[in-house]
Design a protein. Sequence first.
Length: 506
Amino acid sequence: MNLLTDDFLSARRESDGEHVWIGLKEIICTNNDYSFMYPRDDLELGALCLCISIVQCLWPPENLNELKNRIRKPMNFEEYEEGIQNYIDWFNLEDEKYPFMQVKGVKASNSTPLDKLLPGLTGGTNCTFVNEPKQAVSLCSGCAAIALFNDASSAPGFGGGFKAGLRGSAPITTLIQGGCLRETIWMNVLSMDIGGDSFFNKKLNSLPTWVDPIKEKTQFSAAGIGLMRGIFWQPAHIELNGQVHGTTCSCCGRKVDSVFKNFNKAKFNYTVTDIWTHPHSPRYLSLKGSEIVQRFASFTTSAPSWTHLNRFVVQEEVSKNNKEGQEPALVIVQAKKLLGRKSNLIILIIGGYQNNQATILDRRHEVMTFRTFERSVLSEIVGCGLKFKSALRGALYVFSQGMKESGSSGKIKGNGTLIYQTGDEFFYKRTQAVVEDALVSIDSENLTLIDEYKKTLCWIGEAIFEELTAPYLHDPQLVHTLAVARRTWWKKVRDIMPIEKEGENG
Ligand SMILES: [Zn+2]
C-alpha cells in the first residue's frame, strides 16, 4: 500500500454522506469535501496530521501568496503526479527496502499485538474511555499506517525504555480548521518564508529515519534535523507482521485482501540535545537562572482546553520579570498572518493525550471557535474564567479546611471534605458553554460584553458555592465557617469585578 497513490483513508463524503475510501490525490486535487471517519478521534486527527505532513514535505509553498493560491484552488493532477515521483518508494508500507516508518528485520522475542499501536487501548486504567474493545485486532494497511505515524509522533511510546517522539511523550497538537478538508490541510502547511532556515535549509538532513536510520547510542543536536526527517521521526524500531488474508479491518471496517495482526518492536537509544520546533505544537517557556527552558505543551490535568487557549495562540516572551511564557505552534503563528483581521470565526483543532508516563489517562480532542487572535481579548476572557474558578476554589477550601481565627489562637472548624475539588469540576462543566459563547462573540470592538460575561460567571460560581455547602449547615459550628468562606468568595469577586458590591451577607 502506497500512501501517495492508494485510497487508504476512511472518510465520509460530505455531498451524500457515503462512507468511502479515498487517497490524498482525491483530497488535494478536487473540490469534493470529506471528513475522516474512524472509530477514534485520535486516529481522525492522526490521519489529518499525516496528510498535512506529506503535503508539507512534498509541496512546501515558497511564500504566503503561493500558500493562499493553494488554499484557493485544487492542485492539478499532473502537478500531483510529478510531485510524488521522487518520494514514491519511501511511502510504501510494504516496501522491500524502505517500508514506511519501519525497519526491516526487527528482532523481538515476542510479536506484539497491533492494539499496542493505538494509544490507551490496552491496560487497566485505559479501558475506561475506550468505546469498543478489539479495535485493532487486525488492521488494513491504511489504518496501520495512520496508527504507526500517530504512535511515533503523538503518543508516549511503549514505556520500559522505549523513547517517545521528538516532541516528548504526550504533546498537544494545535491546527487551524479551514472551510473543507483540502483547505484545512493547506492552512496547516508552513510556507518557506515563515518556516525559514530551521526547516528548509538545504544543508539539513531531511531523509526520513527509515531511509537514513538514527545511529544507536549517538548524541546529536535537533538543529541538524530537516523537515521530513523531523515530522516523520520514528523513535522505535518497528516492523509490521502477522499479515493474514481475506478479512475485514477491525478499525475502519473495510473488506481487504490482507490485514496486519502484529508487529515486532525493539528499543534503541540516542540523545537529542535540544528541541526540534515541531510546527504543529505550542511550546511553554520558563526562565531558569539565565537560561530559557522549553517544553512542548501537554495535558497534565483534566482542566478543559479553554483554560489553555491563550497559551495556545498568544506569544509571550520570558524575561526577568516574566518567568513563564509560550510560543504558539508555527502553523498558528502563520494563520494569524494568513487570516489577518477578517471577521470570520477562527476554528482551532486541539488534540493530545493526558498521560502518566506510558499510561494514557484520557484522550483530548476538541475544536474551539473564537472571534479574534487579539491578545488583550483572549487574555481577558480566559483570565476571568480562571480567576472565578480560583475564587470558588479558595472559598470552598476555607469551608473544607477551616482557618485560623484572626486575633485569637482558635481555629474555625472545616467540614473536612474535598468539596473544593468538586467545585472545580462543577465550575468547568457549568461554565463551558458560557466561555465558548464569550469566545465567539467578544472582540476588541465590543469589549463591554465582558461585563455581562463576568456577571454570569459570578452567578454560576456563587450558585455552586451555596449548593455544595448547604448540606452541612445542620452543624452550628459550620454555619460560622460558611460565613467566613462566603466572605472569602466575595472578597475575591470584588478583585475581579471592582464595581460589584451587592450580595454579601456574611
Ligand atoms: Zn482500516
